[in-house]
Design a protein around this ligand. Structure first.
Ligand code: NDP
Length: 447
């Protein structure tokens, strides 16, 4: 009756996973993509960002090596090499995504899909029908309105600059702002971060935010309670005027002020799909929109804009539609990391959140110098924090700022998922000498 059982719009993390899983359950599936295979994460997000983070960290590794006997100075950095190697790797991944879809028997349409009615889309003028539609179109960087906002760049363009800017202003205080300010500072740009609030990473644990702020100040000019009012181009760069009265000349301004769901020009007016006030698509716990048979997941529904969340949603949806299940995604205790310098890793409740829900919490924390830095003389600190419900002994949250925080918190997130208690952490033998062992050796609650 229909050309396909499922037609997916958007070949990003969530869309590709849903399409492949659905095909694996025997469904006839097609997917449309008008930009890049793999979506934001692969092309202008997680993957290239992490590669650039590695690149920037070498500066500190060179510096640290001196205390261990290596006499070399920090060598010259080639932006062209990094950018071009990154582009080659991303092209390789694009090809892998396309062949994974092909290997799963998912038909790929290269073009923009437009919804004509709840069972029909058009791509490049071709009309295609499907029993179910899935909207997995992700998000797009948001830049506020102000004079000169056409002169700024976003994470869509920043990876492919023709050369490394000598002076950079990053605006925002979230994941992307912290990560890119750290990247540019490490690569050698004179970097300023302008944030409208008091201290970045608003919804993270306050102690972690404070510690990261102190660390960032060692590499980045941290300009807090700061608001850009205007940007003008002159002969020597971009002149940024702040509402507070100060000015700053830079070569590049990166706006990292959040992302908006990608719902424009999709044909939603031909459906009964409703939007939330922030523009995300309204879905129920099974990712069904307000128009039955049309589904949406990932950044476009905005539950948590993280790749592993979108893939989890994609797997649940495919299983429910074509494998007879009625699963939901458990959004509790989802770990996350900010790949700033140093990294932040977090799972569970912040102290501020825990205090609101639990009347009797205990906090364990530790602020120390990593063993490596006893010889490197690097001033960087490592910070770890555990929040416990004293009544049940259950661990409510674990937070870290320091080297490999994301890697360490990932393992602890498994324990949190299993409902780990403080006594169980205490009964765990540490691996010595590591930084991570601190999480199982903190015995004294903070007053
Ligand atoms: P975030 O939502 O993390 O941060 C946006 C920042 O911009 C906030 O600090 C916010 O301030 C500020 N802001 C918002 N509007 C304005 C404005 N009009 N003027 C000035 N500042 C403004 O968004 P990002 O763009 O950093 O990242 C988008 C999402 O992508 C993240 O939320 C995350 O889910 C995902 N991501 C995840 C990564 C990871 O897992 N490592 C890496 C990168 C992105 P305020 O704090 O005051 O609201």
């Amino acid at each position: 009756m229909y050309d396909f059982d499922l037609f997916v719009i958007g070949a990003g993390s969530g869309g590709v996973r849903a399409a492949r899983m659905a095909a694996g359950y025997g469904a006839k599936v097609a997917i449309a993509e008008d930009l890049y295979m793999g979506g934001t994460c692969v092309n202008v997000g997680c993957v290239p960002k992490k590669l650039y983070t590695y690149a920037s960290h070498y500066r500190y590794d060179w510096q640290d090596s001196r205390g261990f006997g290596w006499q070399a100075e920090v060598p010259e950095f080639s932006w062209d090499t990094l950018r071009d190697n990154k582009t080659r790797e991303i092209s390789r991944l694009n090809g892998i995504y396309a062949s994974l879809l092909e290997g799963s028997n998912v038909k790929l349409y290269k073009g923009r899909a437009h919804i004509e009615d709840k069972n029909t889309v058009t791509v490049n003028g071709e009309s295609i029908t499907a029993k179910y539609l899935l909207i997995a179109t992700g998000g797009w960087p948001f830049v506020p309105e102000f004079p000169g906002n056409d002169l700024v760049l976003t994470s869509n363009e920043i990876f492919d600059l023709p050369k490394l800017p000598r002076r950079v202003l990053v605006v925002g205080g979230g994941y992307i702002a912290l990560e890119f300010a750290s990247i540019f500072a490490g690569l050698g740009s004179d970097t300023t971060l302008s944030y409208r609030g008091e201290i970045p990473l608003k919804n993270f644990d306050k102690d972690v935010r404070d510690k990261l702020f102190q660390e960032c100040q060692r590499h980045i000019h941290m300009q807090m309670e700061s608001n850009v009012s205007e940007i003008n181009e002159n002969d020597s760069g971009l002149l940024v005027t702040f509402a507070e009265g100060n000015k700053l000349e830079v070569d590049c301004v990166l706006y990292a002020t959040g992302r908006k769901p990608n719902t424009a020009r999709l044909g939603l007016k031909n459906t009964a799909v409703e939007l939330n006030p922030d523009g995300t698509i309204v879905v129920n716990e099974h990712f069904e929109t307000t128009d039955p048979g049309i589904y949406a997941l990932g950044d476009v529904v905005g539950r948590l804009a993280l790749t592993p969340v979108a893939t989890a949603e994609g797997m649940v949806l495919a299983s429910n539609l074509f494998n007879g299940t009625s699963k939901t995604v458990d959004y509790l205790n989802i770990p996350t990391a900010v790949f700033s310098h140093p990294n932040v890793g977090t799972v569970g409740l912040t102290e501020e959140e825990a205090t609101k829900t639990y009347s009797n919490i205990e906090v364990y924390d530790s602020d120390f110098r990593h063993l490596k830095h006893t010889l490197s003389k690097n001033e960087e600190r490592t910070y770890m924090k555990i929040i416990v419900d004293k009544d049940t002994d259950k661990v409510l949250g674990m937070h870290m700022m320091g080297c490999d925080a994301g890697e360490i918190i990932q393992g602890l997130a498994v324990a949190m998922k299993c409902g780990v208690t403080k006594s169980q952490l205490d009964a765990t033998i540490g691996i010595h000498p590591t930084a991570a062992e601190e999480f199982v050796t903190m015995r004294q609650a903070r007053n």
